[in-house]
Each structure stands twice: as C-alpha cells, then as structure tokens.
Design a binder for this molecule. Sequence first.
Ligand code: GLC
Length: 457
Amino acid sequence: MNKIGIGALAACALACLPAPAFAAPPAATAASDTDAQAAAKAARMQWFADAKFGIFIHYGIYDVDGVEESWSFFDEKIPYADYMQQLKGFTAAHYDPQAWADLIKASGAKYAVLTSKHHDGVALWETKQGLNVVKDTPAHRDLVAPFVKALRKDGLKVGLYYSLIDWSSPDYPAFTKTRTRYEIKNDPARWNRFVVYYQSQLRDLMDRYNPDLYWFDGGWEHSAAEWHSRQTRDMIFAHNPNAIINSRLPGYGDYGTPEQGVPIRRPPDKYWELCMTINNSWGWQPQDHDFKTPYEIIRILSDTLGMGGNLLLDIGPRADGTIPQEEVSTLKEIGRWVRKNSQAIYGSRAGIPKDYYYGDSTLSKDGRTLYLFVTGRPNGPLLVKGLQNHVLAARVLGSDLPVKAHLSGKWSSTGAPGLLYIDVPDAALDPEVSVVALQLDGPIKLFHEDMKPITSN
Ligand code: GLC
C-alpha cells in the first residue's frame, strides 16, 4: 500500500471526468424521453449494466449434423428437406440444464441467453403455433423450462433469444435467399397472420417463462412498422414492466448489439453488449476447432468493460446436450479470473481514455477506484498520465505484495499533473491479465487542458 501525493493544480478546475477522447457521445434518447423516463429506464437496466458478462447458447436441430444454424438451408448450402431431417435425430439425450446453469455460474457470467427459436422456426418449447422439439423430435420435451428453472436456482438472470424471422412458416415472406413466398404489399392479410403468429409465440414465452431479457434477432428483414414493434414492446412491458429488450426489435430496443467484431471505439449506445462466438460458429460445428483462448476472451472482456459494455460469449452444445470440453475448460478459466478480479468487473463503468493509460481500465461506480488492466509481463513500470487525484493506495487484485508507485515530472507552471509510475511485482501477475486497483482521494479528475507551447520564459 502506498500513499502518493499528486497535487491538484489550480489551472485545472474541472472536477468531473471528461468525456473519454475515444468515446462517441451516447446516442440521444428519443426526443420524447423525459428525465423521469430516462431514470425509469436506468433503474430497469441496472442489473444488466452491472452484470457485464453473459453466456449465449445456440442449441437446436442444426447441432445434429453440425451445420450452420438456419443459414445452411437459407443460403442453399443444403436442401431444406435435408436440414429438416435433423428433427429426427434431435434427442437431447444427455441434456442436463442444471449442469449448464452451474457451468455458466462458474464462468462468472451473471445471465444467459438461450435460443428459444432460431430463424429455422424450430422452437425448443411446446409452442402451439409451429415446429417444436416436443412435438417434432425424439427429445419430446420442453427444453426451455428446466433451463430457466436451473438459472433461477443459481441466481442468474434469464434471457431468451427469439428470432422474428421464421423461414419455415408458410406465412413468412422469405424462404431461402432465392425463393420468396410473397410480398407483403401484395398480401397484407397473410403478413398480418404471421404477425399474430409470432406475437402469440412471444405471449407464450412470457406466460411460461417470464424472461428478464428478450433477445430478438432477424429484425433486419422488415421495418419496425411491419413488425408492429411498438405493439410487441408494449405487450412485453404490459406483462413485465422490468423486462429488457435488445435492439434487434427494430426501433424499440433498449441496448445495442454489436456482433463478433470488438468495437474499436465505444459504441454510441448508452447500453451495449458485444455478442461473440467462442470459436467461429454460433452452434456446434464439429470441424470448427478454432477456439479462442481464455487469454483472448479475457482481453476481449476487459476491452469491452473498458468501453462500458457487456460481453455475451456464445457456446454451442452438441445435439445431445453435452458441452465440448474445450468450452467447459475455457469457461472455468474465465471464471477463475472473473472471481479474482470481480470488483473491477461487476458494477464497473467505462474507464479512462487510452491517452491517459495505454490499456484497458474501468472505474468503480463512485469513480473513486481506478482499475488498470495489465496484459503480459510489463517490462517496466505502468504509466498513468493526467491523473489529478491523490492515490491513497495501489494494489494488484488477488495479491498482497506491495505495489510501488511514484510521481515524476511534476511541473506546476504547465498545469499538468506529474507522470504516475506504478511498479507491479512480477510475482503478483496473473497468468492471463492482471488488474491494478488505484484507490483515489475522491471521484476521478483528469487533466484535460490543451498544453500551450512555452515560447518565452
Ligand atoms: C446473426 C445470425 C444468427 C445468430 C446471431 C447471433 O444474427 O443470423 O445465426 O444467431 O447472429 O447474434
């Protein structure tokens, strides 16, 4: 523990954290949003904003042959009939929803999102409206209910993925990339039948499972007006005013969903969640062994946290319900790291711009603790620039070894605080990513005046 005095400088009176240099301003809330609405939304979003890490599960008949979920027939890589043959092989013989939930909990995730129905239209519960694993596969049972129950038992929040698109429904316009059943403008009654169909399925999901989070997908094929998005959102809120809806319900979602690519800069949405596969496939594909390492995922997670987002990491169980060993061991290693560094993760907010610390960082909610993420083995002290606070204590999370820090280069006439150097002992480093916590004397204040060249003394 070290005490370091960093003089607050008169020239820098601004007390609050500047908008990070790398951050685009948060997207303006709709003009009609009042402060009260914004506060209500913030309260509704709180668990999600604090959770930071979730597990996505793609599970469906596409796992029988290990083909790409839904897209394999839509893109005409295999005939629709062959794809649907997989119904016959979907047994879920070793499906153990409590083991899934326990693994998710062990990974440090606070919520999970299960594909209740993908674009192929095959529901994992006994929907009255269409194809489902209870009626149409040898699994012959509802696979959603026991998983929801297991998640809740483990204190995890429940998200259900639901594809608005349903390429199997006779009332849905698109069938494959070259075959369209009809156009809405030529047969609005048929489209309306589809809207009733999908909204009835949703009502069923609400009544049966009351998910905390509705993870829509496929909205891109139609407009918000065509989907009756507003009506759908109102229906969800009428049932559960605390539900959260992702932005793939066109026009009416609560948070942005960048996919696969880690954003370079902070996305414009106030709330956002990066969804990403653990290898290169959403569902189980036997030839795909290109698994990301725990280190790579932890770096993606810390990068995401540093920009104020959540990571939704996708795994793909086999058709029998078993989870590949590579995925199990990676989730456990992530869990080890998340538990060790939990205070820098859960409930954190975006860190400081990279101009101040050349790495990822987060802040505690009160802004009084700055967490610096350290990758690899630094070849010298860490450097933080422009920090106007006194640092009351510095430590590496999960270690008691003393961390030395000192200020250098303080030159008051420029107004800039000195350079803060932090020596992290080698023995305190984590094999993946280490986290250094700086306890500050108050809410963080960063120096952000432009420096003027000195032309004369
Ligand atoms: C895309 C794909 C889909 C996948 C989803 C997950 O939207 O259509 O197959 O389920 O991403 O985010």
